[in-house]
Design a protein around this ligand. Structure first.
Ligand SMILES: *Cc1c(COP(=O)(O)O)cnc(C)c1O
Ligand code: SF4
Length: 367
């Protein structure tokens, strides 16, 4: 998700008032504080031509470039089509207006009972805990999200927690953002202690790309927080390409698993990044080698500025069928699209077939 310019820096400054917990905390915080924000620096570091730089600068004015240095180090020097570079380098293609691509493609504003809460699906809610991310992904569907009116000020967090306290039909809280793991372990701990006091919450889920782009993020303190036996915990990572995964990430995932945390991955299907059978197969196999199971493969949300990443549904379905013929079932992610107004993610195959009749006698009473 997109943070306001300077969002991360502001947060680090706040945190500097508090003594940092462990040396390993400092390592990822230092990486988060020293991200590359200048497209020229990124291109020069990879030995690439600056011919596209003026366009990149214009696109980055709207949604700033932000790339952790360790992530940039995993890009192939001299390759303008590197799949990691393509995810983060601002490009002139973003400035094109394409019909159907909007600022709020999921109409999330319609599902916000109080600021910071997104409630669309039965029994679970998203809690937006920060607008900041360590990386800015150019295809991000929240790149135009009005974080300013959702950011968790103390008063807004009180309001969100009061809403949650009154909804005992909610069993799962999903920390989202921005990237919730851009918060320090200390701040996360404070938030989780308040959530833990609500007895109807059973499952804790965290949606984060941070351990993928800064592989020292899974600290011992974070393992303790997510491994707390109070919770049935799930960490859903966001990696799109095998080249993003590192041995340090694997070590972090192993520590989480030893503490009883389930670790899954969601990816976005992206033109020029992972839209081949070879790339998808390599991603699933590499995820498993790092202790992670593929969960979702998302069709791109139609957010303004991201149309050049779109893969047509027919091609996505063919790719998914080919993948099914290559992999064990447990390494096949569900290919889905999020539709505003649906009560779950929608399997792409179902969108292109007859809709089944409703089993009215089996339906639970509506929320
Ligand atoms: C994607 C999403 C969820 C989680 O859906 P799952 O299918 O359980 O992974 C929950 N709430 C909102 C608003 C979402 O967009
Ligand atoms: S990390 Fe997630 S929320 Fe943040 S910019 Fe990337 S896709 Fe968006």
């Amino acid at each position: 998700m997109a943070d306001r310019p300077g969002g991360v820096a502001r947060m680090i400054r706040d945190e500097a008032l508090i003594p940092l917990a462990t040396p390993s905390d400092e390592a990822w915080l230092r990486e988060q504080a020293s991200v590359i924000t200048d497209p020229g620096e990124l291109l020069a570091g990879l030995g690439l031509s600056r011919a596209e730089l003026p366009e990149a600068l214009r696109a980055a004015a709207d949604f700033p470039l932000r790339v952790p240095r360790g992530y940039a180090a995993r890009m192939r020097a001299g390759d303008p089509c590197d799949p990691l570079l393509r995810q983060v380098l601002a490009s002139g293609e973003e400035l094109r207006e394409v019909p159907g691509y909007r600022a709020d493609p999921l109409a999330e504003a319609d599902h916000t009972p109080v600021p910071g809460i997104l409630h669309k699906y039965h029994g679970r809610v998203l809690l937006v805990v920060t607008g900041a991310c360590a990386v800015h992904c150019r295809y991000c569907f929240r790149r135009h999200f009005p974080y300013q009116s959702h950011l968790p000020t103390a008063a807004r967090l009180d309001e969100a927690l009061a809403w949650l306290a009154a909804r005992d039909d909610i069993e799962e809280v999903i920390l989202s953002g921005g990237d919730p793991l851009s918060l320090t372990d200390r701040k996360l701990g404070q938030l989780l202690a308040r959530l833990a006091a609500l007895p109807h919450l059973k499952r804790l889920r965290v949606h984060s790309r941070l351990p993928v782009v800064i592989d020292s993020r899974i600290t011992p303190a974070l393992v303790d927080l997510l491994g707390d036996p109070r919770w049935q915990s799930v960490l859903v990572l966001h990696a799109n390409h095998a080249q993003e995964l590192t041995p340090a990430l694997r070590d972090g995932v192993r520590a989480l698993q030893a503490a009883g945390v389930m670790v899954l991955n969601q990816a976005v299907l992206l033109r020029g990044v992972n839209d081949t059978l070879a790339a998808q197969e390599a991603l699933s196999l590499a995820l498993f080698a790092h202790g992670v199971l593929p969960y979702y493969l998302h069709q791109l949300d139609q957010v303004a500025g991201a149309a050049h990443f779109a893969v047509p549904d027919a091609e996505a379905l063919a790719l998914h069928a080919a993948l099914r013929a290559r992999l064990p079932g447990y390494l096949l992610p569900a290919l889905v699209r999020e539709l505003p107004g649906d009560c779950s993610k929608t399997p792409l195959a179902a969108l292109h077939h007859e809709t089944p009749g409703t089993l009215s006698h089996l339906q639970a009473s509506p929320d």
